[in-house]
Design a binder for this molecule. Structure first.
Ligand code: ADP
Ligand code: MG
Ligand code: MG
Length: 251
């Protein structure tokens, strides 16, 4: 589903700084892969390059997504094709009920696909089903987006948004701060509920504990802009016990 070969990419408005330096990664359909790695190794850069954010430029190598050359697609075309990056820092929007936000997000996606807007009753039915699976209370949906939400609630909503947009390929980029035990459980339960034979997922995280609950099909270690080791879930446990030193030195 996603096949990255020898990817080199730079970031910067004027002066381009090379960050990804020959990255190879294959995520088959239906699999969940995790990327771990020290701060500054380029994990977030990879997620921005994949989604086509401004100022991120592919300088060499290739990315194939569902058989298409990703570099040929604009960011909104990638989103329309189901490539979705979850938000690291959920925004607070006072005055905008969470439900309204979710409906707009869904309709924006439908519009990009040339589909009709979803009707209000259909949306309510659809979102209630998704919310139930993810334990989001009807009360939370009525409140303004993220305002006064706990860390766990924000995460729940982030996962709900992903569920509503039904991505073909989901990227979750978790920072190393702010995930309490409640939020960890929300993220892992959410990822597990979004697992599907038709969906690929990339989970970027510092937390071995998160991966305990997700049990990814593969774990990759990133260092200095490349994938330097790959293995099963045991690799995450080894990293937790021994740290990244050996991989950083090898890179
Ligand atoms: P990670 O997510 O693994 O912590 P990042 O992808 O955020 O790593 O960052 C990789 C490197 O790219 C870091 O050295 C960071 O300082 C640099 N970097 C990230 N964004 C920019 C930018 N907009 N301009 C210049 N350098 C950047
Ligand atoms: Mg970082
Ligand atoms: Mg990062």
């Amino acid at each position: 589903m996603l096949e990255i070969k020898n990817l080199h990419a730079s970031v910067g408005e004027d002066e381009k700084k090379p960050i990804l330096k020959g990255l190879d990664l294959v995520v088959p359909k239906g699999e969940v892969h995790a990327i771990m790695g020290p701060n500054g190794s380029g994990k977030s850069t990879l997620s921005y390059v994949l989604t086509g954010r401004d100022d991120y430029e592919i300088t060499d190598g290739s990315i194939s997504y569902d058989g298409e050359d990703l570099a040929e697609l604009e960011a909104d075309e990638r989103a329309a094709k189901g490539l979705f990056l979850s938000f690291q820092y959920p925004v607070e929007i006072p005055g905008v009920p969470t439900l309204t936000f979710l409906k707009e997000a869904l309709n924006a996606q439908r519009k990009a696909r040339g589909e009709e807007e979803i009707s209000a009753p259909d949306f309510m039915k659809f979102v209630r089903e998704k919310a139930k699976v993810l334990n989001v209370s009807p009360d939370m949906l009525k409140r303004p987006l993220n305002v006064g939400f706990s860390g766990g609630e924000k995460k729940r909503l982030e996962i709900l948004q992903a569920a509503v947009l039904e991505p073909r390929f989901l990227i979750l980029d978790e920072t190393d701060s702010g995930l309490d035990i409640d939020a960890l459980k929300v993220v892992s339960d959410g990822v597990n509920s979004l697992r599907s034979p038709e969906r690929g997922m990339l989970v970027i995280t510092h937390y071995q504990r998160l991966l305990d609950h997700i049990a990814p099909d593969k774990v990759h270690v990133m260092s200095a802009g490349r994938i330097v080791a790959s293995g099963g879930p045991e690799l995450a446990r080894e990293l937790e016990a021994e740290g990244y030193d050996k991989y950083v030195r090898a890179a």
